[in-house]
Write a protein of this length. Sequence first.
Length: 474
Amino acid sequence: MNCSIQMHLKKLGLAALCLIPAHAFAQETPAPTATEAPAAVAPAPAPTPAPAPAAKPAVTSKWDSTFYGFIEADTIFDSTQSYSDAPGNGLIQGNTKYAGQKPRMQYSIRNSRIGYKIAAPEFGGLKLSGIAEMDFLGNQPGDSGVSSSAVGADGKAATESISQSESSVWNNPAFRARHLVMKAENAYVDLWFGQTWNLFGGQSVVHPASVFIQGLPGQVYGRTAQIRLLHTFKTDAVNVEIAVAAARAPQRDAAMPDLQGALKVQLPKWKGVHTNGSTGTGFDPLTVSVSGIYRTLDLSTDPTATAKTTNGWGLSIDAFLPIIPGTPEDRSNALSVTASYVMGAGIADMYSGMSTGVAGPAGVSIDKNLATFDANKNPTAVKLNSMLFGLQYYLPGNKFWIAGNFSTWGSDNAKDLVAPAKALKSGQFISGAVFFDPTPAFRLGAEFAQTTTKLGDDSSATNNRGQFSAFYLF
């Protein structure tokens, strides 16, 4: 038994010796002497770099597109209750009426705008493009009580019941199409289809600068659906554009389109700074335009009788004149003038909210202010004429500029078609504005204007308007 125990102890000792590390029995390495350099240690191998991520394919398109627009916030004070946020061409309430004695204050964001331009790749020399541009000045059913075009000389419109609340009109404005147009262009001819500026009135290269929502009193201003054909003859010294259009007529029951035509001459080397409206500051050439419009107005009510029609027509001469040129980089001391002269009949819809006091005849599907029957029962178009002059001066420093506008308008025969006390005889508008650009994307503007309308009985009424607006441009 003792021998067995001894044998097991020997086996355990051998196992313990095997578990002791070898370095426990090695001698300690002596420190190197002064003449003995330490052995060099090989550097660690550099880590293998991770493979570069595969390049992502660039997102490209052969279509060109541009998103643009602005946010506008208006604060408006009027001395009478004659106008909505857009002044237009309504008759001002006289001081014998409640609406002519009391002021009105309005806050509006309705003129804010968004737009999208898109162009397809050129194909066989044909360039295709389109524009979709909208704002929030759309027609809202039941808002006639706040529409300047609905306010007549008798003041009744000011007290009409309003099915839409003010909160609905101003806080939830209706989206509206401004431009929805497609263009097909080549070296020989351009074709436009859709809604865009009327040819009549030289629009929009001659529009004046104003903080107010356009169109201004006495200003031809508007867009409509049309088919337009045009060509521009270009040289180094002068460009000449000839254009014709078949456009939507104001009376569909006349079953005839409006016929519009324009001749526009531009000097591409004579350019000036031009603010079109309140936000569209650009660099435009000297431009002179002559345009015309012809239309049919049908006042018939008896299909078995001879048609009772009359013709509407208009002539417009317009110009943008850079008196002191400027450049996009430096507009200091630039001075530009806009001018327009218009005459015609049956063209009230070419102006914003034009009111002549003349209503269409009963039973006839035609808008007000275009045509009616005279005292001899003859169909007669309402005559209109207007002049508008604008001035823009840009102060040194590219931050401030000032603008002024003066216009007159009137009708020679409205008083013969309706009671003189309700008929437009003439109107006058004068305004002054100042603009300030703290940054290229932020604009401030303030404007004061006085507008007077005179009726056929020579009574007159005046509205004073002050407006302050802020714009964020994108």
